[in-house]
Design a binder for this molecule. Structure first.
Ligand code: PMV
Length: 325
């Protein structure tokens, strides 16, 4: 019996990963840049044994469906090839996410699984190789191997597509991210389906690709200079552009709900009242607001007033993957 356990934190992209160049290897169309956060994480234990006949996947104490297990099995198959083993596995995962958050946890989940497998099978992968492995589970997971600001270099093949931490002189420790959790009744378009549809059909997709390099360069410069305003402005416009591509897809779709717009408007009002803060969104209606720590309380208070206490979660910069003994 071989076992390993790891914890990984979620990350939120300031420059979004949106579109795959290669669906099987999960090579992205563009570089992305994220901040790892401390408020949401996954702990995963994996046990490989000759006595198991199938892979089993438990999430928060519940045995998962065949469909959910299949996704995990496909990832385990990649690991089994690397380790040259046929052993089946039991995967026991816990998501530490505030209740009813409605937050996707694929980034922390697949990063933790990659780390646990590395440990269990003694693969001795370094962080770069671990990032490449996590990428095969879920693109954004490759960034959760590292703490702080992290760039995913798109690369051109399996070897060259991985994330790495970018130097920031501790800037992330001055920042906070306020999560505004918005439940919507709409049917979800997964990030995978949403990306595919926009790459294949959106007339705005080329515009996204044409401008993302410039956004990335500006953001990196702003991080190096610790310029909060520029970081926020670039993040906000990059996120809006990503969401713009979905409106020109066929059929068109959006991740926004009326409450998402209400939250965006509140960010603009906060700015007008002299509190610098900026928003971004991912493949769902939740809004994430970047603010300097010194102003976090004012931002939190505004959103608690507009929504409810349970819908507002404060996060700070988080660390990279850790092995749990
Ligand atoms: O890693 P995935 O397949 O869940 O894709 C994540 C896509 C976005 O969250 C929308 C953007 C990003 O870079 O995280």
């Amino acid at each position: 019996m071989l076992s390993g356990k790891a914890r990984a934190y979620t990350n939120i992209a300031l420059i979004k990963y949106w579109g795959k160049e290669n669906e099987e290897l999960i090579l992205p169309m563009n570089n992305s840049l994220s901040l790892t956060l401390d408020a949401f994480y996954t702990e995963t234990e994996v046990i490989f044994s000759d006595s198991f006949t199938d892979d089993l996947f438990y999430l928060d104490h519940e045995l998962q469906t065949e469909a959910a297990t299949k996704k995990i099995s496909r990832f385990l198959d990649l690991v089994r090839i690397q380790a040259n083993t046929n052993k089946r596995a039991k995967v026991i995962s816990h998501n530490f996410v505030p209740t009813a958050a409605g937050l996707a946890s694929s980034a922390s989940g697949l990063a933790a699984l990659a780390g646990a497998c590395n440990e269990a099978l003694g693969l001795e992968l370094d962080k770069q190789a671990l990032s490449r492995l996590a990428r095969r589970g879920s693109g954004s997971a490759c960034r959760s191997i590292f703490g702080g600001f992290v760039e995913w270099e798109k690369g051109h093949d399996d070897q060259t597509s991985y994330a790495q931490q970018i130097p920031s002189n501790g800037f992330e420790d001055e920042l906070a991210m306020v999560f505004v959790l918005i439940n919507d009744q709409q049917k979800d378009v997964s990030s995978r389906d949403g990306m595919r549809r926009t790459v294949e059909t959106s007339h705005f997709y080329q515009g996204w690709l044409d401008s993302v390099e410039t956004d990335l360069m500006e953001l990196k410069q702003a991080i190096a200079e610790k310029s909060f305003q520029t970081v926020g402005e670039v993040m906000e416009r990059n996120g809006l552009k990503m969401h713009g591509t979905t409106l020109a897809a066929n059929p068109p779709f959006t991740y926004w709900s009326p409450d998402s717009l209400k939250a965006m408007q509140a960010v603009r009002e906060l700015r007008a009242s002299g509190i610098p803060c900026y928003f971004t969104m991912d493949a769902g209606p939740n809004v994430k607001v970047l603010v300097e720590k010194k102003n976090q309380t004012a931002v939190q208070a505004k959103f608690i007033e507009l929504f409810s206490r349970q819908q507002v979660i404060l996060a700070h910069a988080g660390q990279g993957i850790t092995i749990i003994e």
